[in-house]
Design a protein around this ligand. Structure first.
Ligand code: AMP
Ligand code: MG
Length: 344
């Protein structure tokens, strides 16, 4: 199959992409978070192609991308008022809500669950594609399963050239990490995955938020969890990653002491001079955490190279979007963290 590259700027792109979606094909779509691998979310056969292209486990559900709050009730029932309050505050934007699924949503889309995740992305071209296709677009991140997410059209082409019908090129993804996921099916709202909408922003609207244990700790692969995606190895380059915490100086001391040729250092731009001779790669500025979230996956993809032995990574501290960056990096490192302050 030849994979078409369609520009988001081309006025014909929305109609062409929507037609492919209607025909049951796979189309990669740009969003403010990461690129999604999209298909008609109501068509089981089309959805099955997503799982096949990604090598995604069947029980890892997809997110339904919709045009706005008015479409929630088409695919969900028992919708609490809080869902509309969150949509009003954060849509279009990087927030996904988990709600009870209507029977028109195939269980292949929901990974066999009776709940479904819905989100309205902040990308004009993608919302236009959804509207024109007349169906919700099911889309997980467009990377191969387990690998770092795709934040440019080139990343998607690298993983899926010749396997999918088209890629809509909308440039670099602004946020760079996947959406925040909040589960609204229980008595208390539960954060299943941190992202561009922070826990503080959610709490301001909801007044209450439980943080699921899958956000902060490694989950056993046989465990029963609310967000099945959280238990799989994720975002990881081919070699082991270890996070080195502590002050800039102590961390540099630790890393330089353990560094051997073939290792790489993933650090903040401000730290580059400390790692001369250690082949450092910066993923953004510590002083501007948005650059770190926007640059993380491109850096992890660059480090996905079998000739690399080990990666020492620096992770931002604090809340806000830094919380999401910590979550992705810790997962990439399989929660392997050393404290340089504690080392002598
Ligand atoms: P991705 O877009 O690749 O990050 O994958 C979608 C994420 O949404 C996965 O981590 C899923 O576990 C999560 N998700 C989708 N639907 C549900 C659901 N019904 N309940 C809980 N988590 C969900
Ligand atoms: Mg993903």
């Amino acid at each position: 199959m030849h994979t078409l590259l369609l520009s988001a700027q081309d006025p014909e792109t929305p109609a062409r992409a929507a037609e492919l979606i209607r025909q049951g094909e796979l189309v990669a779509i740009p969003t403010e978070t990461v690129y999604g691998l999209g298909a008609n979310g109501l068509d089981e056969t089309a959805v099955a192609k997503i799982f096949e292209a990604k090598g995604r486990p069947q029980d890892n559900p997809l997110i339904l991308h919709i045009c706005g709050p008015e479409q929630i009730e088409l695919f969900c029932h028992h919708i609490p008022q809080t869902a509309y309050q969150l949509a009003e505050a954060f849509w279009p934007g990087p927030l996904t809500m988990v709600l009870p699924a209507r029977s028109n949503v195939p269980r292949r889309t929901t990974g066999g669950l009776d709940t479904v995740a819905v989100r309205c992305p902040d990308s004009d071209v993608t919302r236009k594609i959804i509207r024109l296709s007349g169906v919700p677009i099911a889309a997980p991140s467009a990377n191969l399963s387990g690998k770092p997410s795709t934040t440019t059209a080139e990343h998607v082409l690298h993983d899926h050239d010749g396997k999918i019908a088209a890629i809509v090129d909308g440039g670099h993804c602004r946020v760079g990490v996947e959406s925040t996921i909040v589960d609204l099916t229980e008595e208390r709202p539960r954060l299943l995955r941190p992202g561009g909408i922070t826990p503080e922003q959610l709490t301001a609207v909801l007044g209450d938020l439980v943080v699921d244990k899958a956000v902060t700790a490694q989950i056993d692969k046989d465990a029963v969890v609310k967000a099945p995606g959280m238990k799989y190895r994720h975002y990881a380059p081919s070699e082991p990653v270890v996070i080195v915490s502590g002050s800039r100086e102590k961390a540099a001391e630790y890393i330089r002491r353990h560094f051997v040729p073939g290792d790489r250092v993933l650090c903040f731009q401000e730290e580059l001079p400390l790692y001369e001779g250690c082949n450092p790669l910066s993923y953004g500025q510590e002083a501007d955490v948005n650059t770190l979230s926007a640059g993380l996956f491109a850096a992890l993809r660059e480090l996905d190279d079998p000739s690399i032995h080990q990666v020492y990574a620096r992770c931002p501290v604090g809340d806000g979007i830094a919380y999401a960056v910590q979550n992705r990096l810790k997962k990439a490192a399989a929660f392997h963290i050393v404290d340089a302050e504690a080392e002598v």
